[in-house]
Design a protein around this ligand. Structure first.
Ligand code: ZN
Length: 173
């Protein structure tokens, strides 16, 4: 297995909507393994293909219940509202309190070619929304209110992005 460098904010690949995966082949299985290895090493709980420079609609995750992978995911239903401190491997070191739906239904295909329909709440729902955002070229910075976003951009401009420093919470709480 191999590790990819993780693309960070400023890299245009993170702003480009990804294309559908057309075939679940050996290369995609290898990509899944490498992305999981990259994610665990980071460490993180989710990683979308554009974050390693690959413009395909695909992500891997593990919130502690074992690894998962979803091909061509689509959020088909959402409900509720939940505020949670969210971070992103592509915006390292910064955390933001973001409101998102608390319950989601995700449709997609598994690596085995089987159709997936997953109802998720809590952290898993959050992860599905965050990763599908990546596939549409969106970052968590786009989910911030104007003031917090400005504050985040100033920090990024002045201090740069690094996960070497202690985690920094941006915005009001
Ligand atoms: Zn992310």
């Amino acid at each position: 297995m191999a590790r990819y460098p993780i693309r960070v904010f400023g890299d245009p690949v993170l702003r480009t909507p990804a294309s559908d995966v057309v075939e679940i082949d050996a290369a995609l299985h290898r990509l899944a393994d490498d992305m999981l290895e990259t994610m665990y090493a980071a460490p993180g709980v989710g990683l979308a293909a554009p974050q390693v420079g690959i413009q395909q609609r695909f992500f891997v995750y593990d919130i502690g219940d074992g690894p998962g992978a979803v091909v061509n995911p689509r959020i088909v239903a959402t409900s509720g509202e939940w505020k949670y401190d969210e971070g992103c491997l592509s915006v390292p070191g910064l955390y933001f309190e973001i409101v998102r739906p608390g319950l989601v239904t995700l449709e997609g295909t598994g690596l085995d070619g089987q159709r997936l329909l997953i109802e998720a709440d809590g952290l898993l729902a959050r992860l599905f929304l965050h990763e599908t955002d990546h596939l549409d070229g969106h970052l968590l910075l786009d989910r911030l209110d104007k003031r917090t976003r400005k504050q985040a951009m100033r920090i990024i401009r002045e201090d740069g992005l690094s996960d070497e420093q202690s985690p920094r919470h941006v915005g009001s709480r």
